[in-house]
Design a protein around this ligand. Structure first.
Ligand code: UDP
Length: 329
């Protein structure tokens, strides 16, 4: 079956395209290459187009005889979303609406959607279950929540089967070294710490050392991108087998602090990482950790990478072996 991977030239999308190919699907990547990379499209054709262009979506769906869609394409910088919410609602909501309308018009009945733990806002407690209240604290999270809502109402009205996958902190790189994380600008902790260790960037700033956590730094649930990719394949298979639509958390269920990430990089790099204390970053919750049990029950999926050092090692291997991983600034 041909699967349209919207945003398939990006970080999680490209790893998923590889996993789809391995599982016997043909990934057809639809990407405007605004943030994605042509070199990351290796397992099927690339349709270079934008979701703002509904005619291009319709053409891709019909021309490639698409049977299902996985939708990754979105703007995903929390800070930018606070300053420019219009960009986020335009691309993540209005352009996603183009995609959903095109699916209905062409009779494509299955979609897997990249959602986020950012839809929960500041959780009442951790680990977070899917039925916890969703109160996003930034426009990025709000647009992902609207995406989930559109799916719910479209599903009921037009018979669209959907899975909303709420990622925690996507991290690491393809263990075979073919793909990795290359964002510009880069804001994510692990690549910034690795680049600081390599002297490619200034010392890493530790945003907040006074959180109510054991070492005072914020806790996140780092989930390996290959585990995420596998979960997408299983979510798609679940839909194709007639499974019901739902949202699932994708995380390991383990929390790791910022300091523990820095220590893991030091261990893998075999050298100290230059780091300095900095104020909290606005809008950062103290701790976000998934309860991933529903994904295990529904998909039989569990994160294989449970150890932060192993996750960091895959990112380190990619960053040190691939010149394109170096920052452009
Ligand atoms: N973080 C940090 N310094 C940085 C980047 C991130 O201390 O230069 C912290 C951030 O405050 C958060 C954690 O690392 O607690 C993970 O941040 P990231 O941006 O990677 O992902 P997020 O959790 O914001 O989606």
């Amino acid at each position: 079956m041909n699967v349209l991977v919207v945003g398939g030239a990006g970080y999680i999308g490209s790893h998923t395209a590889k996993a789809l190919h391995r599982a016997g699907f043909t990934p057809v990547v639809f990407d405007n290459l605004s943030y994605g990379h042509r070199w990351a499209v290796r397992w099927g054709p690339l349709v270079e187009a934008d979701l703002a262009d509904k005619a291009a979506i319709l053409e891709a769906l019909q021309g490639h005889r698409i049977g299902a869609v996985i939708h990754f394409a979105a703007n995903a910088y929390v800070g930018e979303s606070m300053e420019n919410p219009a960009k986020y609602f335009r691309n993540n909501v209005a352009n996603m609406l183009n995609l959903l309308e095109a699916l209905v018009e062409t009779g494509v009945r299955h979609i897997v959607f990249s959602s986020s733990c950012a839809t929960y806002g500041i959780p009442q407690s951790v680990p977070i279950r899917e039925d916890f209240p969703q109160n996003p604290i930034n426009p990025y999270g709000e647009t992902k929540l609207v995406g989930e809502k559109m799916l719910k109402w479209f599903g009921g009205a037009y018979g669209l089967g959907w899975m909303a996958l709420r990622y925690f902190n996507a991290s690491g790189a393809d263990p075979e070294g073919e793909l990795g994380e290359v964002h510009d600008p880069e804001t994510h902790l692990i690549p910034l710490v690795i680049d600081a260790a390599l002297g490619r960037r200034p010392p890493v700033r530790i945003f907040g050392t006074d959180y109510p956590t054991p070492d005072g730094t914020a806790i996140r649930d780092y989930i390996h991108v290959t585990d995420l990719a596998e979960a997408h394949v299983r979510a798609l298979q679940h839909l194709l087998q007639g499974g019901s639509s739902m949202a699932l958390n994708l995380g390991t269920g383990r929390g790791t602090s910022v300091l523990e990430v820095v220590q893991a990089v030091e261990k893998v790099a075999g050298r100290p990482v230059p780091a300095e204390k900095a104020p909290r970053r606005p809008g950062d919750p103290p701790a976000l950790v998934a309860d991933p049990s529903r994904a295990r029950e529904v998909l039989g999926w569990e994160a294989r990478y449970q150890d932060i050092s192993e996750i960091v090692a895959t990112a380190w291997n990619f960053a040190t072996r691939h010149p394109q991983a170096a920052p452009s600034v």
